[in-house]
Design a protein around this ligand. Structure first.
Ligand code: SAH
Length: 195
């Protein structure tokens, strides 16, 4: 069995599945006008860092083998862990898109008649979609037999996450006031009960 190829195929299928999960919510959300936007100038940099780390750098290795010097061996146990992490990530993506509906946007925007979602998956943590992205980011080290392709997502998404999460919470607090402060007091950010 070619485990390297297996890992590449599973990674590719999961990324495609993510695109399918996001396709309809993206169209739906775009139909709802943006009322306020709080995108800081650095958002463009952090979104690019995230795309680079989660998608572009691993894809370059998958399709061209570059940078070969950082290749390493992987086996079935590693593939199984990586697959489980990515599948769990996809499950969370689906749940968060369903819960947010047209309130979703890929950056820091508030839509017309924006409601604060605190039920379902949003009862467990405040940023379940970021939990999903973190799960995506930690699966390539197990799925891809190359250190650069494997670790790029942690650096790339980590950049976006840490530059954005505080700003997003400030935006939500400015919009929803006490309701958001109470929500914040009873939930953690991305791991239930821990962080
Ligand atoms: N941080 C959230 C959502 C990411 S999408 C998560 O990880 O699940 C980013 C947009 O979602 C933000 O611009 C904001 O408008 C919206 N958003 C974030 N949390 C929300 C909530 N609890 N209810 C409604 N909209 C929310």
């Amino acid at each position: 069995m070619d485990w390297e190829l297996t890992g590449k195929i599973i990674w590719g299928l999961c990324v495609v599945a993510w695109g399918i999960i996001r396709f309809r919510p993206n169209i739906k959300a775009r139909k709802t006008k943006i009322a306020t936007t709080k995108r800081p100038p650095i958002e463009r940099f952090s979104m690019f860092a995230s795309q680079l780390g989660l998608g572009i750098v691993p894809a370059i290795w998958v399709f061209t083998g570059f940078p070969k010097a950082f290749d390493h061996a992987i086996g079935p146990a590693s593939i199984a862990i990586g697959t489980a992490l990515f599948l769990f990530s996809l499950y969370l993506f689906r749940k968060t898109h369903k819960a947010l509906g047209k309130m979703w946007s890929h950056s820091l925007d508030l839509r017309e008649n924006h409601k604060l979602v605190t039920k379902g998956i949003y009862q467990k943590v405040r940023h379940p979609m970021y939990s999903a992205f973190w799960l995506w980011a930690v699966s390539p080290p197990f799925l891809l037999a190359n250190w650069v392709a494997g670790l790029a997502g942690i650096v790339g998404f980590g950049t976006l996450y840490f530059l954005r999460v505080g700003q997003e919470e400030a935006m939500m607090e400015a919009e929803f006031g006490e309701e958001y402060r109470q929500y914040k007091a009873r939930t953690k950010r991305i791991i239930p009960g821990i962080y």
